[in-house]
Design a binder for this molecule. Sequence first.
Ligand code: MV4
Length: 509
Amino acid sequence: MFKRILVANRGEIAVRIIRTCREMGIESVAIYSEADANALHIVLANFAEELPGATPAETYLNIPLILSICKKFKVDAVHPGYGFLSENPAFAQACSDNGITFIGPSPQAILDLGNKVKAKEIARSANIPLIPGSDGPVDEAQAVELAREIGFPIIFKAAAGGGGRGMRVVRKMDDLARLLQSCKNEARGAFGDDSIFIERYVEQPKHIEFQVMGDRHGNVIHLGERDCSIQRRHQKLIEEAPSPALTPELREEMGSVAVRLAKAAGYYNAGTVEFLLDKQGRYYFMEMNTRLQVEHPVTELVSFVDLVREQIRVAAGMPLSVKQEDVQLRGWAIEARINAEDPLKGFVPALGRINRYIPPAGGGVRLDSCAYEGFTIPSHYDSMVAKLICYGRDREDAILKMRRALSEYIITGVRTTIPFHRYVFEHPVFTGGDFHTGFIEEHFSDESVANMVRSPGEHANIEHIALAAALEYFLERTALIKSNQAADREAGRRWSIVGRLGATSYLPR
Ligand code: MV4
């Protein structure tokens, strides 16, 4: 087994990986940028090295610098986390060229599955259901012909696109030429490549992804699915396992399809196979992510498998610790992403220092976070500061735990998505479980939020009332805490009174 691992990441995921390293008796080396000088992962690791600079290019993306630190600390392996270098085949190759194990799949698998055309080719040859469409880039004449063949609506997607950019939905032939041109223009500007695919457009799909895990002895298993349909502008907000939309039969079928794809790609380590699920219960392969994902904890809670531990074990050449027939999915887990963003201003990143921090805890609550009282959130990186993950015997139980945990969670000094989540977890469409990827846009549009803030009394629908209540709750508590702290300071008291909507509790400073 490895003796020492470098964690080539920051934030909550660096903390998450370092925790499992310690449990396994493996030393960890943290790296951090100048902007992250006060980060929590530095404190938790056995060693930490500052990288000069604050931009990602100078620091967490700096391959030569990271390799030199691997050598300085004589690490056996590197865990890349998610984002940054996690899906960079050149980094995976450079690690292995330097005698360091990259904790992830092979550079070839990262390369193949990162290429949309190649990934589809692998899926097609493994007989995986694909959305009807073109095999590669199309010109206008081919697009017209294919649109006739597969029928409207269709979607144009930039071959080099990602994150929901460079897409156009076309509902009739009259719009095709114009939308193809605008899609091409956007793709050229954004990605420097204007090749465009065509697919049949799946209306109101669900985003269902399967966790797979492979070892270096040819074994691949799946650990069930995650439903990631609750997202806003292609940023996931809530994920859960299992999906309220899957039957045990569909789970088994899609799971074996995911395993078949991973095997066809020569895959090992942790991976995620993404599908779209349509209203008729038909599923289509979208893409495979070759990294540990942000939302992996929901799978860990329902499968009782520590995915980071499993990643480290298989990277060290050990076989998978569980066989498919031993995987038992039990209970329900839901994750809410806590971002330092202002939900009332279109989710713009909220900057500042966390003044008061009271995290939720108790039964069924897991908090993966890099936040603490006094922490100033650096503006250089993404705004996610915590993932609140709740576990219960069934979906209703998990939702009750989530509501309770969200009601306890206090972060002041910066706006966060906590009040927004309080309101989503009350929404009947969410609690009913029958939602699709358009849920947030349909029920929580920016305009309706802005109107509600301007004149809360005029809006009678449940969304507005619930958000108004959540907002008021947030502001009231922030104001109460501030005035209590001021009063305590003036009186020289060591205890701070934190008012909570009728209840008053006493908390040590
Ligand atoms: C689609 C689709 C419907 N039909 N493709 C969005 C991001 C990119 N990875 C693919 N996306 C979609 N592709 C066809 N043929 C709908 C989406 C889509 C979506 C997919 C997953 C999760 C959220 C989404 C939100 C809007 C659109």
